[in-house]
Ligand binder design. Structure first.
Ligand code: MG
Length: 269
């Protein structure tokens, strides 16, 4: 088995960004040697300290599927199409951040909506809007493949904005706190690549692989659609995100790490 999990509002509490309530299930996975793969809209700079806190040495997926980071020597076979980067092999799916920034500002000018990206904000302003500390917000601003943005005055993406994004060959999705402008990546594409590697590893040991994913927002839908056992958690207000339905979808009856703990423990039983 391998478990892919979103962070904000899923493994991490949406307000405190802590994972204490999921401890029991995390330990149970570790005791069984089941990898937990973190899949987030967060940057590599934000995810590395969280991996350390979790004592997690598995691959991870950054910026809504913008890139997959695989510890070197993690898989014992060659990984064509990856390149070495520090202690990792990486697979890149995303569009360079500078192009996304330029597109966001052009779209803002063209359609006359006020769009505020992380690149327009200081770390302190990102902290104010997200509840991250200023230090964490500075890490959140170190973006490579995805620009989080707010639409001033509304939370819904109006059709003219969606059309302007698509006309530039770009994409958008919605996470827990804001929208994201990005290239051709999504969490599903990155997860499918890793599943391919985990399947090969399982085959080499004559095992069968079961894939699990846990998420809570629209940006998790492609990841949930890529696995055998998709699990949807409630959002912080106790309601499930709209527009997420899949065959076999398991709806956990709680939000955040509490729901995560219950869902994983009942899956392991
Ligand atoms: Mg989330």
């Amino acid at each position: 088995m391998v478990v892919f999990t979103d962070l904000d509002g899923t493994l991490l509490n949406s307000r405190t960004y802590r994972f204490d309530e999921a401890r029991e299930a995390l330990d149970a996975l570790q005791a069984r040697g089941i990898p937990t793969v973190l899949v987030s809209s967060k940057t590599r700079a934000e995810m590395e300290p969280i991996r350390s806190q979790l004592r997690n040495g598995h691959p991870f997926i950054v910026e809504n599927g913008g890139a997959v980071f695989i510890p070197a020597e993690y898989f014992l076979f060659p990984l064509p199409g990856t390149r070495a980067s520090g202690p990792y092999r990486i697979v890149e799916f995303g569009t360079p951040y500078s192009l996304l920034r330029q597109a966001l500002k052009e779209i803002e000018r063209d359609i006359g909506l006020s769009l505020t990206g992380y690149g327009d904000l200081s770390a302190d302003d990102v902290a104010l809007r997200t509840g991250l500390s200023s230090e964490e917000a500075a890490l959140a601003k170190q973006r490579e493949y995805d620009e989080p943005f707010f639409i001033e005055g509304t939370h819904r993406v109006p059709p003219e904005l969606a059309a302007a994004i698509r006309s530039r060959g770009l994409n958008w999705t919605t996470g827990d706190r804001c929208h994201h402008l990005m290239g051709p990546q999504d969490k599903g594409r990155a997860v499918r690549r890793l599943i391919q590697y985990y399947r090969q590893a399982a085959r080499d040991h004559h095992h069968r692989l079961t894939t699990v994913a846990v998420g809570n927002s629209l940006n998790d839908l492609p990841m949930l659609a890529a696995v055998d056992r998709p699990i949807l958690l409630q959002q912080a207000d106790g309601v499930y995100a709209a527009g997420i339905d899949l065959p076999g979808l398991i709806r956990a009856p709680a939000p955040g790490p509490t729901g995560w703990n219950q869902a994983i423990l009942s899956l392991l039983q």
